[in-house]
Design a protein around this ligand. Structure first.
Ligand code: SF4
Length: 477
């Protein structure tokens, strides 16, 4: 038997099946050249478009490149004139101009399909199982929730993808994270991810493609799987994936860019073959007891600095070496004292949004907590897409938030990264549903605590980090 035939017959992982379909060539011991099914770009790709123009190149497959205005868009207005500064307006204008020049489809500010690329692309059916997807954004791992190999690329790689529809990538090692048992009531996908981060660490998956599996993952909705895969990069992973199943197919059916008619049946028949074979081998396997996970919050300046809400701020003196120094620096930045109960930490504002947690299920979870209560600190709700915004308004969620004193905004990245002018003030402490709590992420000297939408809403109505399962009962109207 030839070696290639033997390899094809041996049990394969989901990752391998997709990879092998897209590998054009491989250098010995080096990277492989992969075909890219979809390249998504946001406003930050202006360098790559500039590069193309300087070199006299065109976009090779404009029908396979899709643009989303998200990082710089204002969330209080729906046109470039509403940009916070002339510099931001210039970036937004460049995005429009580059899309027009290159002939790519772009969901620009004002388009009813505009939204954060990692929210809008799946909901439009642009993200599909078995694809290789790239984007000039580190949270491209999100799209793996539907069974795609999806990863972020830098400026020079974006130029290459735009010019050739291919990208070089060294095949990563494979890691499977099995979340077993079943989630307790009040425990969200975000809590599961923060618990994984606390156990595996922010460097635990460096050099790996991650497959999430186990009963907890199998029972998750696609929106929850998107939350999970979104933060794969926070584990150091190259990408994160979940095997496509009936939940995936039901989610995709009828979406604008999903296959339809006879193509739908053929696509599903193929997608059903993609799951990892029973005896497929991973380089690393991690077991997480999903039944033991509680609502989580972060206390430090890295997403793996996460603890159950009923825990206390760690004491760096109980740690050693580099961990101790890191914890000291984190507590100093965060303005926290060791051993403080997490539920004693007062917050200044709340952000519900970002590509991690701004989908309709997220807004429903937050609204269920906000209903009949009042925010005691400023709180903004930023839907991940205009489509999510419309769906929320159709359900009356906007009215729930407004009645509770939350602000209701238009779609964009907003306070997740503070590029559009939505900023957390220096020294302020923000309860945030985003994915990064790095120093300065939400603004210079801003302090970020990551959590789920329900936990963020609980923080808004109590003014401190709170266990959503133990909120005081609502006052009668
Ligand atoms: S919401 Fe935040 S993490 Fe997601 S793409 Fe936008 S800036 Fe990046």
């Amino acid at each position: 038997m030839h070696a290639e035939q033997a390899a094809a017959d041996s049990p394969r992982t989901l990752f391998d099946k997709v990879w092998q379909q897209h590998e054009i060539l491989r250098w010995p011991q080096g990277p492989s050249l992969l075909y890219v099914d979809r390249d998504f770009v946001h406003e930050g790709a202006f360098h790559a478009f500039g590069d193309l123009k300087r070199r006299g190149l065109q976009v090779r497959c404009p029908e396979r490149v899709v643009g989303f205005a998200d990082h710089y868009v204002p969330t209080k207005a729906r046109d470039i004139a509403g940009a916070a500064t002339p510099a931001i307006a210039k970036v937004l204008q460049q995005f429009s101009d580059n899309a027009r020049w290159s002939g790519i489809r772009a969901f620009d500010i004002g388009d009813e399909r505009q939204g954060i690329v990692h929210v809008a692309a799946p909901e439009l059916g642009l993200t599909q199982p078995g694809m290789v997807i790239t984007c000039n954004d580190s949270h491209t791992s999100t799209h793996g929730a539907l069974g795609a190999i999806a990863f972020g690329i830098g400026q020079s790689e974006t130029t290459q993808v735009l010019a050739t529809q291919t990208v070089w990538l060294k095949r990563p090692s494979l890691m499977r994270i099995n979340v077993t048992g079943s989630r307790a009531s009040g425990v969200s996908a975000k809590d599961v991810m923060l618990a994984i981060l606390a156990q595996v660490g922010s460097a635990g998956a460096v050099g790996h493609a991650i497959e999430y599996a186990g009963s907890v993952v199998a029972a998750m909705s696609i929106e929850e799987r998107l939350t999970l895969c979104n933060m794969s990069i926070e584990l150091g992973g190259r990408c994160g994936m979940v095997a496509p199943d009936d939940t995936t197919f039901a989610y995709l059916f009828g979406r604008p860019f999903a296959p339809d008619g006879q193509y739908w049946d053929a696509a599903v028949a193929y997608w059903r073959t993609l799951g990892s074979d029973p005896d497929a081998v991973f380089d690393k396997e991690i077991q997480i007891d999903g039944s033991a996970i509680a609502p989580m919050v972060t206390w430090g300046t890295s997403p793996d600095a996460a603890l159950p809400i009923d825990a206390r701020v760690p004491d760096p003196e109980r740690l050693s070496g580099a961990e101790r120094a890191t914890a000291h620096a984190a507590l100093e930045y965060m303005g926290l004292q060791p051993n403080t109960p997490l539920t004693d930490i007062a917050i200044d504002r709340v952000f519900i949004g970002s590509c991690t947690n701004s989908r309709i299920e997220d807004l429903r979870a937050a609204a269920a907590v906000a209903a009949g209560r009042k925010a005691v600190v400023p709180a903004i709700v930023v839907p991940g897409s205009e489509s999510v915004r419309r769906a929320a308004e159709a359900e009356g969620l906007d009215q729930v938030f407004l009645a509770a004193g939350f602000e209701w905004r238009h779609a964009g990245c907003s306070m997740c990264v503070a590029m559009n002018g939505d900023v957390v003030a220096p020294g302020e402490r923000c309860a945030s549903t985003s994915n990064r709590n790095f120093m300065g992420r939400q603004g210079p000297n801003a302090r970020t605590h990551l959590m789920s939408p329900a936990m963020a809403a609980a923080a808004a109505v109590t003014g401190r980090l709170s266990d959503v399962r133990r909120l005081p009962t609502r006052k009668r109207a």
